[in-house]
Design a protein around this ligand. Structure first.
Ligand SMILES: [Zn+2]
Ligand SMILES: [Zn+2]
Length: 745
């Protein structure tokens, strides 16, 4: 028997090996094996069976070891890995490594532990007899007479200095009980879910939820690939639709992958899923998969899935690779979130990979959002995805009132920029008096400063790309991130002539200071990168906020995700426009998403909510559409703009980054390369750049970049990547290709 193996050894080739007799029965495609590569040993995944065509069979080396008795990469995942390696132009090895958790690659397996506890009670005279006849047994037995709970066998024997046969004799007589416990490290068992009031009884579905649920049940039953986009306004009960779809998949004997943007930030969603799943399918474990898992936890969860003991996995991006058996349903919650994009190799978009995984497995895929990405929405409009709509909020709760404050007037009134408008301060006062809670959001997108006039709201844009330009302090220029166009920064506003049009956002700290000044008695807590760095502090603050120990919570938009605080009746958005001035063609989309998500946080209890939005551009379409929570209106307007400039979703975008110690050399080679690409691809590919990256230098390496626009990735990328590998690059230039990047910054 001969197999082709993908070695995990730093190069992308399939190598062939003989399989020794003893391993033949248990070795399959997808098995993890140890193989000799050159003079060393490496791990590899069996990719195929059969002989090589270009190498004499008798000279082949043999597989040395089979690491696990089951395939670590089932055929569906191997197929997905190959698609990803091709589409994202990354080494197959990097995808395989991302798919198999490190402890699995290390060959670890589940630990089993033996525990002892007291069995039958021995009458006093027999105990005396035992003491004479077998003093060691008696000692061990006496010890357990005083123990209320089972104890680990190993520890007890060690402490009492008795041997294993001594314990075995007692177990045989029934005087002690021995049980084998698999070392279970159920992730989040003791934090997520605890303290969250979760209703295990399913609420009655409304008409729209029922229709969506029935549509999904039918798709799951058909066992064919279909993508459904669930567009539901905030508070419309999307989770109920997910849960019913999961129920259908489980009842059909299938498995489920449920993706959330970030597990730690969506504890309520995860808790609700878990408790309801336990009610639906009490015999099935739900594996929670996220970045803070210990190696042991990760391994346990992975093994539970690969053995079929668990059929549902809930997790962030990488859970899309979970070895779920008989996959019938893939759910992507908050599908528009940029967090689904991985920003290191392999640079994949988790949502798109989820769709492909469902396709390979002939499973149903359900993408859900209150503000779908324009990519998914245009797929639905074109009929490639089925659109399911939830337009009513559960219990017919009203969307909060959105009050747009014109900061240009505030600047004039307060003679300078203050973090808080008068309107917001008044609203905070009245909530504080009523003992209701407030959340203040600070928009932290983009590091750059843009040119924004505080008098008229004018923002400087690139005339070629219809995108905000970035101000560079060093040489007083404005630069476009996409085409690299550079021009001197104006001293006065080109529209109204006002001076000082440079502008930066406000940090959480400054906002906190401003709030303390106006509400000195309020209990205020701040959540930002510093707070987030400490894992438990994050949960602690949320707990305190929930129990009413905090009056005002200040933080970035990340704190609002999937959280439900019934006593919050005021939400303030300090600087709604920052994300609109980010040099990215998705700036409006991100702003709209932010506004709608933030507004959804107010008044989720039985009290009406209010949202105060501070902006310098109250007249902008994005602000106006979000005020009405009019996604369709926004999407139509935005798609028209995207179509005009042929931005995604009308074309795909590929980012090519060049890094090197010499700026001159970098510039020269990226220009040579651009010429080569133009010559080879002609009008099949549109180029912008090369130009200096927004961050021109990191760790002494200069950065240049090139953007490609293409109608289809798959037909271009293989050719482009081959051309790139053949190009005579100097050794000190490294490159990164990023297909479908989530951000331009
Ligand atoms: Zn102006
Ligand atoms: Zn431009």
């Amino acid at each position: 028997m001969i197999v082709g193996v993908h070695p995990l050894a730093g190069f992308d080739r399939i190598l062939h090996y003989k399989v020794p007799e003893g391993l033949q029965a248990s070795l399959h495609v997808g098995s993890l094996v140890r193989i000799p590569v050159g003079r060393r040993m490496a791990l590899g995944v069996v990719g195929s069976e059969g002989s090589p065509t270009d190498f004499p069979v008798e000279k082949l080396k043999s597989v040395v070891q089979l690491i696990h008795p089951f395939p670590v990469l089932p055929p569906d995942l191997l197929e997905l890995a190959k698609w990803m390696a091709s589409y994202y132009a990354c080494p197959l090895e990097s995808v395989i490594e991302a798919m198999i958790p490190a402890p699995v690659r290390a060959g670890a397996s589940l630990k089993e532990e033996r525990w002892l506890s007291l069995g039958e009670k021995l009458p006093t005279d027999e105990l005396a007899q035992l003491e004479r006849r077998a003093p060691q047994q008696a000692r061990l037995y006496r010890f357990f007479l005083t123990q209320m709970f089972p104890l680990k066998k190993g520890l007890v024997l060690q402490r009492l200095r008795v041997t294993s046969p001594v314990a075995a004799a007692l177990v045989k007589r029934g005087l002690l009980k021995e049980e084998v416990r698999r070392l279970e490290r159920v992730a989040y068992a003791d934090d997520v879910g605890r303290g969250e009031a979760v209703a295990a009884i399913p609420p009655t579905l409304n008409r729209e939820q029922l229709a969506a649920t029935e549509a999904m049940a039918a798709t799951v039953a058909e066992k064919c690939f279909q993508v459904s986009l669930l567009h539901g306004v905030t508070g419309s009960g999307k989770t109920e639709v997910y849960l019913h779809a999961i129920d259908s998949a489980l009842k059909a004997g299938g498995g489920v992958i449920f993706l959330v943007p970030e597990v730690a930030l969506t504890p309520q969603t995860v808790a609700r899923l878990r408790s309801r799943l336990e009610a639906i399918a009490p015999n099935h474990r739900c594996v929670v998969w996220h970045s803070h898992l210990s190696e042991g936890e990760r391994l346990d969860g992975w093994l539970a899935l690969v053995t079929g003991e668990a059929r549902v996995v809930v997790g962030a991006r990488s859970a899309v690779f979970a070895p779920v058996r008989d996959l019938r349903l893939v759910v992507v919650d908050e599908e528009h979130e940029p967090a689904y994009k991985q920003d290191e190799t392999p640079r994949y978009q988790g949502r798109d990979v989820a769709v492909m995984r469902a396709k390979i497995n002939r499973a149903a895929c359900l993408l859900g959002s209150a503000t779908p990405s324009l990519e998914s929405y245009s797929n639905a409009r074109a009929g490639r995805y089925r659109l399911l709509r939830l337009t009513e909020r559960v219990d017919s709760r009203k969307l909060p009132f959105i009050d747009v404050v014109d900061m240009r007037i505030e600047v004039a009134r307060q003679r300078g920029l203050s973090a808080l408008s008068r309107r917001l301060v008044d609203a905070m006062h009245s909530r504080f008096e009523k003992r209701e809670q407030t959340i203040l959001f600070i928009n932290r997108r983009g590091y750059s400063s843009s040119m924004l006039c505080r008098k008229c709201g004018h923002v400087e844009e690139c005339s070629h790309c219809s995108m905000a330009v970035t101000y560079h302090r060093v040489d007083e220029t404005l630069r476009c991130h996409l085409c690299g166009d550079t021009r001197p920064a104006p001293v006065r506003c080109p529209q109204c002539g006002a001076p000082d049009i440079r502008w930066r956002g406000l940090g959480t700290q400054r906002v906190e200071e401003a709030v303390r000044r106006v509400l000195p008695k309020a209990r205020i807590e701040r959540m930002d990168a510093d707070t987030m760095a400490r894992k438990n502090r994050f949960r602690q603050i949320l707990g305190e906020f929930r129990t009413g120990k905090i009056d005002i919570l200040i933080g970035t938009q990340m704190i609002g995700k999937g959280l439900d605080f019934p006593n919050v009746t005021l939400v303030g958005l300090i600087d709604a426009d920052i994300s609109m001035h980010v040099p990215d063609f998705r700036a409006n989309e991100r702003t709209f998403q932010l506004l709608v998500q933030v507004a959804g946080r107010a008044g989720r209890g039985d009290r009406a909510g209010e949202v105060v939005v501070q902006t310098f551009v109250p007249h902008s379409e994005t602000i106006q559409f979000s005020r009405q929570a009019d996604f369709e209106g926004f999407a139509e307007a935005e798609l028209r703009m995207r179509e005009q400039f042929r931005y995604p979703p009308y074309r795909h975008l590929i980012h090519h980054l060049f890094r090197g110690p010499s700026e001159e050399k970098l510039k020269y080679f990226s220009e040579q390369w651009a010429r080569k690409v133009e010559a080879v691809f002609g009008n099949r590919l549109e180029l912008r750049g090369p130009s200096a990256s927004p961050i021109e230098k990191i760790k002494d390496l200069y950065r240049w970049q090139l953007w490609y626009f293409t109608p289809t990735v798959s037909r271009i990328i293989v050719e482009l990547n081959r051309l790139r590998l053949e190009f005579p690059w100097p050794e000190d230039i490294t490159q990164v290709l990023d297909v479908d990047p989530a951000n331009l910054t």
